[in-house]
Design a protein. Structure first.
Length: 177
């Protein structure tokens, strides 16, 4: 890292870490909204969503929450799990990323890249040769391009109904050697 603060090892998260993950998500909402990009997660803090808080708690309870910590502070979160119901099943064993968020107060520090490298290691350790993720594919498609810059290839597109709107999404995959 360029500021001299060393990474601690990525550690497993548990129920006590859910508020820190929700704070990261709230920070991401503020960051996106400030840039005129509310399409991804809206404009309201996600910490108010009981459904999302329960989802993150479930990821933690399953042992599938992994946190990047810098200087004793949680600066990123990775969750793995089953693909959502609207994503076609993989024809082989895989690791599916259901959560990836980095602290927007630390941009350009490689937090997402560091967590994706950890996901690759988890996949290899599990004997999976496929790593997949889905993400928001609206607006300028910046998130899709980010994953492509990290070695993923776009595959299935889908939309998710949200009230009277539809949330555009993209599945991306990465083959592991």
């Amino acid at each position: 890292m360029s500021d001299g603060t060393e990474w601690t090892d990525i550690r497993s998260g548990d129920a006590d870490d859910v508020p820190a993950v929700m704070a990261l998500l709230d920070g991401a909402v503020r960051w996106l909204t400030a840039r005129g990009r509310p399409g991804q997660w809206g404009t309201e803090p996600l910490s108010g969503s009981r459904r999302l808080t329960t989802l993150i708690a479930g990821i933690a309870a399953a042992g599938d929450l992994h946190l990047a910590v810098r200087g004793g502070v949680v600066v990123g979160a990775l969750g793995i799990g089953k693909p959502p119901a609207h994503v076609s099943p993989a024809p082989e064993p895989e690791i599916y990323i259901v959560l990836l968020v980095a602290d927007r107060d630390h941009p350009g520090r490689g937090i997402g890249r560091h967590l994706l490298a950890h996901a690759r290691r988890l996949a290899v350790a599990a004997g999976a040769r496929l790593l997949r993720v889905d993400c928001y594919a609206g607006d300028d498609q910046a998130l899709v391009r980010y994953y492509e810059s990290q070695g993923f290839t776009a595959t299935q597109r889908f939309t998710v109904p949200q009230g009277d709107k539809r949330w555009p999404a993209q599945v991306l995959e990465q083959r592991l050697g």
